[in-house]
Design a protein around this ligand. Structure first.
Ligand code: SAH
Ligand code: SF4
Length: 349
C-alpha cells in the first residue's frame, strides 16, 4: 500500500482500482502516512498558511428540497429570513474592518435575489473594497446569469457537486439532476470563475465506489476549491435519525483530494468542526488550508440551519484561530488567497 501512496504523492494521480484498493486497506499506520503526505503537499504548494474567508449567510429561503438540508423548502419548522442590501453591506463592513479580503455570500436558492438585485449588491461591494474577492454560493442558475454576475465582479463560485454517483444524486435531490449540476460547474469554469466543487461524506447509500467517483470527478473537473464535509443528520428532514458522516473518512477524503489536486484550496469545513472539536487542526494535518469564519448578523445565525448545533466561529475570533493553527505549525494568512494557477482578474468595476 505504501507504494501506491508514494505514487500518488509523486504523480498526483491514481486509477479507480488503486483508489479503491487504498480505501479498502487504509488502516491506522497507512492513514497517518496518507495524512502526512497530504500535509507535505500543502506545504509545497501554498506553504504553512491557512486562508480565512468571511462568510455571510444572506438568505435561508430555498426552492430546492435536498433531502439532507435543513433549509429545504418542505421544512416548515424553520423561520425564514432575507438580508437587505444595507444589512449585507453593514456585515461586510465589519469584515473589512477586521481585515478580511474574501467575502463569501451564501444562501439557499432564493429567486427573490434576481440578477438585477445581486449585480447591484456585487458592484457596490467591489467598488467600495477594491482589493477584495467576492465568492457566491447560491446554487444553480442559468449560464446567462452566471455571466452577468461575473461581469459585475464576482471572482469565485462555490457549488458542491454533493455526490458524483448518478443514482445517489437523484435519490437525494428531487427535481434536480447530476447532469445539470455538472453543466453549471462547467459553465462557471468556462466563464472564468475560480470554482469550488465538493461532496458530502456519509450520505445514505454511500459506498467506497461512490467516494472514488467523487475523487475521479474532481480530478477531471480540476476545480480551484474543494469543500468536503460530513453529513450531519437534521431532525426536520427525511434523513432524520441517520448516522452522521465519519470524521475519519472526511479526513481521508481531504487528504486524497489534496494529493490528486495539489493546488486546490480546501477548507476545514464547518461541518467537520461541528463533529470534531479539533476539526480545524486535524483538517490542516490532513491537507486543508482554508477556514471560513462567520460574518452573519448574530440574530440570524441560528436560523441558517443546514444542520443542528452548527459550530460557528465568529469572524472576530481570528486570534483564537491563530493560536489553534500554531499547534500544527500553520499561520493565518489574511490575503485574498487566490488559487495559484489562476490569473487574478482585473477589478473592472
Ligand atoms: N444552496 C447553496 C448553498 C448553501 S448549502 C447550495 O446548495 O449550493 C451549502 C452546502 O451545505 C451544501 O452544498 C451541502 O453540501 C451542505 N449541507 C447541507 N445540508 C447539510 C447537512 N445536513 N450536513 C452537512 N452539510 C450539509
Ligand atoms: Fe437549498 Fe442548498 Fe440546502 Fe439544497 S443544500 S436545500 S440547494 S440550501
Amino acid at each position: 500500500m505504501r507504494h501506491i501512496l508514494e505514487k500518488l504523492y509523486s504523480k498526483n494521480s491514481l486509477t479507480r482500482e488503486e483508489l479503491l484498493y487504498l480505501l479498502d486497506k487504509l488502516e491506522e499506520d497507512g492513514r497517518d502516512y496518507l495524512y502526512s503526505l497530504a500535509y507535505n503537499t500543502t506545504l509545497k504548494t501554498y506553504g504553512n498558511r491557512i486562508f480565512v474567508r468571511g462568510l455571510l449567510e444572506f438568505t435561508n429561503y430555498c426552492k430546492n428540497n435536498c433531502k439532507y438540508c435543513g433549509l429545504r423548502r418542505d421544512n416548515k419548522k424553520i423561520e425564514r429570513y432575507r438580508l437587505s442590501k444595507e444589512e449585507i453591506l453593514a456585515s461586510l463592513e465589519e469584515g473589512n474592518k477586521l481585515g478580511y479580503k474574501t467575502f463569501v455570500l451564501q444562501g439557499g436558492e432564493d429567486p427573490y435575489y434576481t440578477d438585477e438585485i445581486l449585480i447591484d449588491i456585487v458592484k457596490t461591494i467591489k467598488s467600495k473594497y477594491k482589493d477584495v474577492a467576492v465568492t457566491l454560493s447560491i446554487g444553480e442558475r442559468s449560464r446567462g446569469s452566471y455571466e452577468k454576475l461575473y461581469q459585475a465582479g464576482v471572482d469565485r463560485f462555490l457549488l458542491r457537486h454533493e455526490t458524483a454517483t448518478k443514482n445517489l444524486y437523484h435519490s437525494l435531490h428531487e427535481g434536480m439532476s447530476l447532469e445539470k449540476r455538472m453543466e453549471c460547474l462547467l459553465n462557471l469554469k468556462e466563464i472564468g470563475y475560480q470554482v469550488g466543487a465538493g461532496f458530502l461524506v456519509g450520505l445514505p447509500g454511500e459506498s467506497k465506489e461512490s467516494l472514488v467517483d467523487n475523487l475521479l470527478f474532481l480530478k477531471r473537473l480540476q476545480p480551484a476549491m474543494v469543500g468536503i464535509g460530513p453529513l450531519i443528520s437534521h431532525p426536520d428532514t427525511p434523513l432524520r435519525g441517520f448516522n452522521n458522516g465519519s470524521v475519519e473518512t472526511t479526513l481521508k477524503m481531504i487528504s486524497l483530494t489534496r494529493l490528486l489536486l495539489p493546488n486546490a484550496l480546501i477548507p476545514a469545513t464547518t461541518a467537520l468542526n461541528t463533529l470534531s472539536k479539533e476539526g480545524l487542526e486535524r483538517g490542516i494535518l490532513a491537507g486543508a488550508n482554508v477556514v471560513m469564519l462567520n460574518l452573519s448578523p448574530v440574530e440570524i445565525r441560528r436560523k441558517y440551519e443546514l444542520y443542528k448545533n452548527k459550530e460557528i466561529t465568529d469572524a472576530h475570533q481570528i486570534r483564537k484561530i491563530e493560536d489553534r493553527v500554531k499547534k500544527v505549525n500553520f499561520q493565518v494568512d489574511m490575503g485574498r488567497g487566490d488559487h495559484i494557477k489562476y490569473n487574478r482578474r482585473v477589478n473592472n468595476v
